[in-house]
Design a protein around this ligand. Structure first.
Ligand SMILES: Cc1cc2nc3c(=O)[nH]c(=O)nc-3n(C[C@H](O)[C@H](O)[C@H](O)COP(=O)(O)OP(=O)(O)OC[C@H]3O[C@@H](n4cnc5c(N)ncnc54)[C@H](O)[C@@H]3O)c2cc1C
Length: 452
């Protein structure tokens, strides 16, 4: 390709640009934020972001050595017992090989941006993409408004290219533009989740030695009731800080008031209580409301123009509690890489790319939707066989609290290293049944022993 154009220069756009740099003479990233990527218009970037282990592995693969650079800058890496997962207040079985990165999203993205923009054939244009350009049935470029001309909306410029990538996030207007040119927009699945988020930073001292990540969620024992088992997370990040997040559905959403935030942290698991009691709250509390999960399925379209693909939240934006968004962006970059290396023409419709991406998007959706549907206020749509799947899922979660093997498999799915279908494999179900039966026998034994 002579030129590839990426509309949107945040996490997904940067990783797509990294892949395209191997296939195009020139890659142009178009974003109103330009090269500084301040993300003024994207307040979600100030919320705590976890990078799942699959996303971390993919990031290291695309940008070798980036973990070392992040750590040199102050990011933390938690392994084994330094990463603590709680369900219904109970600490889960430790995963010795589990590793998670502790860094804020702006810090992580700044490093990714620096590496990608250092590539000799990648440049950034500070502009807003406004429309697509067509040559017959293929997209051959975009119409854009340079930031310098924002006061003159008619000062649109044109940029031509062989491949155009939509990385404009969940509010992408790609569908509207396609319809405007006589094409269909991708069918969109939605699930209302009505989730409130609040993130706060704390000065980090030696109050929790050996802890990098703490994640607490409600589970089957509390009937997934947030007010019975306070959900929250705590991550050691660069700059000797803790980043703490509280979440809540519907009216139970956390707010900006520091006293209320601290009170709620004190109802969480031990490490969050400890930080609330012993550390200084640093700066304002940032809140965010996430209304619905969405995924656009391009494979369900009957026709689609060549020269066009979409990545990141522009394809799927799922309940952020499960931390899948950044990892989905890395997997879109991998799908794009496989697609282009297969020798596919960038000018043809990228069906093969969209089919590949659908596998991981649907897997992510399956995990987040299954957990969301357990919330009383989430009313569907329910997948076929939901009740049975939910019952089985609850049993696996229960067993994963004490059994390392079940927990390893469960967390491999949560971390997107394995497909959710492994959770219903006969081997895992048998193990789960054994764990729960022996737990029951022990409990009965203890009760009988006590009576005698
Ligand atoms: C509260 C919250 C918490 C989250 N926590 C996590 C987490 O813990 N882990 C995780 O993996 N994910 C998390 N996510 C999801 C994650 O933030 C997204 O998946 C991720 O931001 C997707 O990146 P993106 O590049 O696709 O989109 P975005 O980050 O939204 O970036 C879109 C970019 O497009 C640009 N843009 C928009 N319109 C135009 C235009 N017309 N022309 C040019 N450029 C344009 C914007 O300026 C922006 O730079 C969270 C999301 C939320 C809301």
């Amino acid at each position: 390709m002579r030129r590839a154009i990426v509309m949107g220069g945040s996490f997904a756009g940067l990783l797509a640009a990294r892949v395209l740099a191997d296939h195009a003479e020139e890659v142009v990233v178009v974003d109103p934020d330009g090269a500084d990527g301040s993300g003024q218009g994207a307040p979600h970037r100030r919320q705590l972001h976890a990078l799942l282990s699959m996303g971390h592995a993919q990031l290291d693969r695309r940008l070798p050595g980036i973990t070392g650079e992040l750590v040199a800058g102050g990011a933390q890496v938690g392994t084994g017992p330094q990463v603590r997962y709680y369900v219904d207040g109970a600490l889960k079985a430790c995963l010795p090989d589990n590793t998670l990165l502790g860094a804020t999203r702006p810090f992580l993205e700044e490093h990714v941006r620096r590496r990608v923009l250092a590539l000799p054939n990648v440049t950034v244009v500070p502009a807003q993409a406004r429309d697509l350009l067509f040559d017959g049935t293929r997209v051959c470029g975009i119409r854009l408004l340079p930031v310098a001309d924002t006061a003159r909306p008619d000062a649109l410029a044109e940029l031509t290219g062989d491949l155009v990538v939509d990385a404009m996030g969940r509010s992408s207007r790609l569908g509207t533009w396609l319809v405007g040119h006589g094409w269909d927009s991708a069918p969109t699945d939605r699930m209302k989740v009505d989730l409130g988020y609040a993130t706060a930073a704390f000065a980090r001292g030696d109050e929790l030695p050996g802890t990098v990540v703490v994640h607490a969620s409600p589970g089957p024992a509390s009937g997934y009731q947030q007010h019975l088992s306070e959900p929250g997370a705590l991550v050691a990040v660069e700059g000797n800080r803790w980043s703490a997040v509280l979440v809540g559905y519907g009216d139970y959403r956390p707010g900006r008031d520091p006293e209320a935030f601290l009170r709620r942290m004190r109802r969480c698991v031990g490490p969050l209580r400890e930080v609330a009691d012993r550390c200084r709250l640093d700066g304002d509390i940032e809140t965010f409301h996430f209304g619905e999960s969405r995924k656009r399925d391009f494979t369900r379209l009957g026709r689609f123009p060549g020269g066009l693909i979409a990545v990141g939240d522009a394809v799927a934006s799922v309940n952020p509690i499960y931390g899948q968004g950044l990892t989905l962006a890395t997997l879109a970059a991998s799908s794009l890489s496989v697609h282009l290396r297969s020798g596919a023409s960038p000018h043809a419709p990228a069906w093969d790319y969209f089919r590949r991406l659908r596998v991981v998007v649907n897997a992510a959706w399956k995990i987040s939707a299954a957990a969301d549907l357990a919330q009383p206020h989430v009313t569907g749509p329910y997948p076929p066989g939901y009740r049975l799947l939910r019952w089985v899922g609850d049993k696996v979660v229960e067993a994963s609290v004490t059994d390392r093997t079940v927990n390893e498999e469960f967390m491999a799915v949560v971390n997107m290293r394995k497909h959710p279908r492994v959770l219903t494999s006969p081997r895992l179900l048998l193990r789960t049944a054994r764990v729960l039966t022996s737990r029951q026998s022990t409990a009965v034994g203890l009760r009988t022993g006590r009576r005698s």
